[in-house]
Ligand binder design. Structure first.
Ligand code: FAD
Length: 403
């Protein structure tokens, strides 16, 4: 196959949700964009496939809610351009003991960001959600209206379609093995395993769980990003109660803080089933996965369902499981920065989304387009995401509670 000798404005490497959203943003700004993916488009071997992701403005760290609110608007703008919906709104409830540090931090970060928040005791939670959640006396519920479900595979496909509609070129089965400066063309040269070469003024690398491997390979830099395998469980709602767990009946997206951080979404993608899982998994090599679940996450989820849903959901065994990957940083904050070194500001990397990136894909795409095209990101304090935060401080922005 002939190599493509044209020089793109931006090459985006990795067509998960972050790369696809970025390609849409750069193409929309009139930049000649190429999106490269190592596997088939919409494959199930990374982090962005599947049927549901939560969007919620409840975060312990107070720089995230503002980003969620901008992202929510950008999801709606993209939906409008595409002509179909991928984002289904409902409320969000965060549950836990009234002393839980995460819940206290969430309440404070909502208040700082002027996100209206209701703090309900166990009886009020039961009333608000018609007896669905059964909490002990010492538990509270923190409720906000900015929750919802995003349909991931549909959303990735939407961004790819919009990128193409705005003039981007998309190529799958193109594993990038090298990224380097090409002084002869005053451009970045991106090479693939099958011998293709592509040039661009700027390159954005969004390769999810492969970030550590690729960045080490091309720049010799070791990013503290650990891939983790995680299992998604679907549980059967008891017969006759299925409709009560839907968005139409006011059922929320939810997170529960305690010994395990559990989260779930209303019944949507598979009628009669609820998605409930533990936020965590086991470390993995993205190219040598076991595709197996961690037994402790299954038992923790069963116990939680038994104690919180009072028999309305069958906790004996999940009826469906799916495997996925997180890319964890030590502080669970993203890494979004220039690669620097010989690349200066010509190569931008974005990864380490630590199991909470999907909802942010539209704003991350906007930020990455800003960084590649305008050399700075508007209205976001990038210090939380810089690579250098781990230098001499392996924990980065770590705080003593979960996100
Ligand atoms: C089970 C599960 C539940 C989650 N729940 C939520 C949630 O409720 N809310 C939320 O906000 N987030 C959630 N997340 C996190 C969210 O899905 C991720 O943060 C997000 O999908 C990361 O996207 P990405 O584009 O960075 O990575 P990926 O989707 O993995 O995309 C990276 C792409 O790069 C490609 N690639 C890798 N190496 C190369 C190479 N050398 N050349 C070319 N291409 C390459 C890969 O094949 C892949 O397609 C969840 C994640 C999982 C797994």
């Amino acid at each position: 196959m002939e190599n493509c000798t044209e020089i793109f404005d931006v090459i985006v490497v990795g067509a998960g949700v972050m790369g696809s959203s970025t390609a849409y943003q750069t193409a929309k700004r009139g930049k000649k964009t190429l999106l490269l993916e190592q596997f088939d488009f919409l494959h199930h071997r990374g982090s962005s496939h599947g049927e549901s992701r939560t969007i919620r403005a409840t975060y312990t760290k107070d720089f995230y809610p503002k980003m969620v609110l901008e992202s929510a608007k950008l999801w709606e703008e993209a939906e409008e351009e595409a002509g179909y919906k991928v984002y289904f709104k409902t409320s969000q409830i965060d549950l836990g003991s009234s002393y839980d540090k995460s819940l206290q931090a969430i309440i404070s970060s909502c208040q700082k960001n002027r996100v209206p928040v209701q703090v309900l005791n166990h009886n009020q939670v039961s009333e608000e959600f018609s007896g669905k959640f059964q909490l002990t006396e010492d538990w509270i519920g923190v409720v906000i209206e900015h929750g919802g479900v995003i349909r991931p595979t549909m959303a990735v496909s939407m961004f790819q379609m919009l990128a193409m509609k705005n003039g981007a070129s998309l190529r799958d089965n193109m594993e990038v093995v090298d990224i380097k400066k090409d002084p002869s063309k005053d451009a970045i040269l991106v090479s693939t395993r099958n011998g293709q070469m592509f040039w661009a003024k700027k390159c954005v690398v969004t390769v999810g769980a492969w970030m550590k491997k690729l960045v080490k390979e091309v720049a010799g830099l070791t990013l503290p990003i650990q891939p983790q395998e995680i299992t998604v469980y679907y549980w059967k709602i008891e017969q006759g109660h299925e409709a009560e767990f839907t968005i139409e009946s006011g059922f929320p997206t939810f997170s529960s803080y305690g010994e395990a951080h559990i989260f779930g979404t209303p019944s949507l993608e598979f009628p009669g089933l609820l998605k409930i899982l533990v936020d965590g998994g086991h470390p993995c090599d993205p190219d040598k996965r076991t595709w197996s679940a961690s037994p402790d996450t299954l038992s923790a989820t069963k116990e939680w369902i038994q104690s919180k849903f009072g028999g309305l959901v069958d906790s004996s065994e999940p009826v469906l499981t799916q495997s996925c990957m997180y890319s964890m940083t030590p502080d669970k904050d993203y890494v979004i920065d220039y690669l620097d070194g010989e690349f200066g500001k010509d190569v931008v990397v974005a990864g380490g989304f630590s199991g909470h990136g999907f909802k942010m894909a539209p704003i991350i795409g906007r930020i990455l387009a800003d960084l590649a095209i305008d050399m700075q990101a508007k209205d976001v304090d990038m210090k939380h995401f810089n690579i250098k935060r781990f230098e001499g401080n392996s924990e980065g922005n770590h705080e003593d509670f979960d996100d």
